[in-house]
Design a protein around this ligand. Structure first.
Ligand code: KG4
Ligand code: ZN
Length: 361
C-alpha cells in the first residue's frame, strides 16, 4: 500500500496501555499520550483482561482529547484514523477498535487496521536517526516484547519473511516470570534491570533453550533462529529454592545472570539473521533494556551492520507507532477496514499459529 502523507490519529489498546497519538507524514510525532494501567494490574501480578477492557473504555475519551489538544490540531485536520486490530486481548482491542471506527465515521475519514507487530516495526522509523526504510535493506528485524519474540527479514520495502519466533514464552514474559520468582513487582523487565545494575560481570549462566528440530509446528521457520525461554524460569526457580538465605549481592548477581541469559539468546539469533541483512531493527518493550542495547551494539559493530532502535518512549506499547505503521502503508485501509472486526489472534505471517501479545494472570 502507498505511504500516506498528512495527519494520522493512532489508537492502541491491545493490552494494558490506553494510548492515542498524532503523527504527521509518518515520522513527525505531534503528540503521544500513553495512560498506563500498570498500577491497576500490579496487585494481581499480571494483566487481568476484564480490568484492562474496562479501563480502556473509561480512559479513551480523555486520552483521545488529550492527544489532539497536545498536538495543537483541530479534529478536522485528521486525515486518517488508525488503530490496533490485533493480536491482543479481545476486550481491550474491542474498546480501541470500536472507538476508532466511530471516530473515522464521525470525521468522515478513512480507517486503517494495524497489526501490533507491524506497529512495533514502524516504531523504529519514528527515531530521527533511522534512515528511510529503502536505505536499510536488506533489513533484519527483532520484535521483543511481553508477548512476542519474532525475527523477520525484509529484502524490499513492502515485503518481509519470518525467520524465527519463540516456540513458548516471549523474552519479556521470561523476565516478568523471573521477576516474580525473585519477589519483584510486575512488570518484571525494568525491575530485573534495576536489580541487575548492582552486580558486576554478568554471565549468561542459565541454560539456553534451543530449538534443534525442524518440526511441523515451525512450518518452515529456521530452528536456529527460533527461541525457547520457558526453561529459563524453571532453572531460576531451582536456584532460588536452593538458596533461601540469599543476600542482596547474590540476588543482584542472579538477576544479572538471568537478564544476561535472555540477552545472549536474543543476540545469538540476531547474529544469524545478520547473515542475510546489513541493518538490524529492534523494537518492542524489552528493547528499551540498556544491557540488551549494549550487547546489540557490540554485535552490530562486530558484524559491520547498522543498528536501528526505537526511541525509549516508543519501545513499549504506544499509539505513535500505530499511526506510523498506517502512514508507511502497512495494515488494512478503508474501504476494507470498516468491515473488519478485531482479531485477537491476527497472524502477521499467515502461517503463524495464534500468539497473544499480552498474557493475563
Ligand atoms: O511492547 P510491550 O509494552 O507490550 C507487549 O506488546 O507485550 O512490552 C512489555 C514487556 C514486558 O514484558 C516488560 O517487562 C518488558 O516489556 N520491559 C522490559 C523493560 N521495560 C519493559 N524488559 C527489560 N528491560 C526493561 N527495561
Ligand atoms: Zn507491544
Amino acid at each position: 500500500m502507498a505511504p500516506h502523507r498528512g495527519i494520522v490519529l493512532g489508537l492502541e489498546t491491545s493490552c494494558d496501555e490506553t494510548a492515542a497519538a498524532v503523527v504527521r507524514d509518518g515520522r513527525e510525532v505531534l503528540s503521544n499520550v500513553v495512560r498506563s494501567q500498570v498500577a491497576a494490574h500490579r496487585p494481581h501480578g499480571g494483566v487481568v483482561p476484564e480490568i484492562a477492557a474496562r479501563r480502556h473504555v473509561e480512559a479513551l475519551p480523555e486520552v483521545l482529547a488529550e492527544a489532539v489538544r497536545r498536538a495543537g490540531i483541530r479534529w478536522d485536520e485528521i486525515a486518517m484514523v488508525a488503530a490496533t486490530r490485533g493480536p491482543g486481548l479481545a476486550g481491550a482491542l474491542l474498546a480501541g477498535w470500536s472507538a476508532a471506527k466511530g471516530l473515522a465515521l464521525r470525521l468522515g475519514r478513512p480507517l486503517c487496521a494495524v497489526h501490533h507487530l507491524e506497529a512495533h516495526f514502524a516504531s523504529v522509523f519514528l527515531n530521527p536517526a533511522t534512515p528511510p526504510l529503502e536505505q536499510c535493506l536488506p533489513l533484519a528485524t527483532l520484535i521483543v516484547s511481553g508477548g512476542h519474540t519474532s525475527l523477520f527479514v525484509s529484502e524490499s520495502a513492502d515485503a518481509w519473511r519470518p525467520l524465527g519466533r519463540t516456540i513458548d514464552d516471549a523474552a519479556g514474559e521470561a523476565l516478568d516470570k523471573g521477576a516474580k520468582l525473585l519477589g519483584l513487582a510486575y512488570p518484571g523487565g525494568p525491575e530485573i534491570e534495576r536489580l541487575a545494575r548492582g552486580a558486576d560481570s554478568p554471565t549468561a549462566s542459565f541454560p539456553e533453550g534451543r530449538v534443534r528440530e525442524h518440526s511441523a509446528a515451525l512450518d518452515g521457520l529456521e530452528p536456529s533462529c527460533c527461541f525457547s525461554f520457558s526453561g529459563l524460569k524453571t532453572a531460576l526457580q531451582r536456584r532460588v529454592l536452593s538458596a533461601p538465605d540469599m543476600d542482596s549481592t547474590a540476588r543482584a548477581k542472579l538477576a544479572a545472570d538471568y537478564q544476561e541469559s535472555v540477552c545472549e539468546a536474543l543476540v545469538r539469533r540476531c547474529d544469524r539473521a545478520l547473515d542475510l541483512a546489513r541493518c538490524l531493527a529492534v523494537g518492542g518493550g524489552v528493547s528499551v533494556n540498556a544491557r540488551l542495547r549494549e550487547r546489540l551494539a557490540a554485535l552490530c559493530d562486530r558484524r559491520g551492520a547498522r543498528l536501528l532502535l526505537a526511541l525509549p518512549e516508543h519501545c513499549g506499547d504506544n499509539a505513535a507507532m500505530v499511526a506510523a505503521a498506517a502512514a508507511m502503508g502497512r495494515g488494512v485501509r478503508d474501504p476494507a477496514a470498516r468491515a473488519l472486526d478485531i482479531d485477537p489472534n491476527w497472524p502477521m505471517d499467515p502461517r503463524e499459529p495464534s500468539e497473544m501479545p499480552c498474557r493475563s494472570t
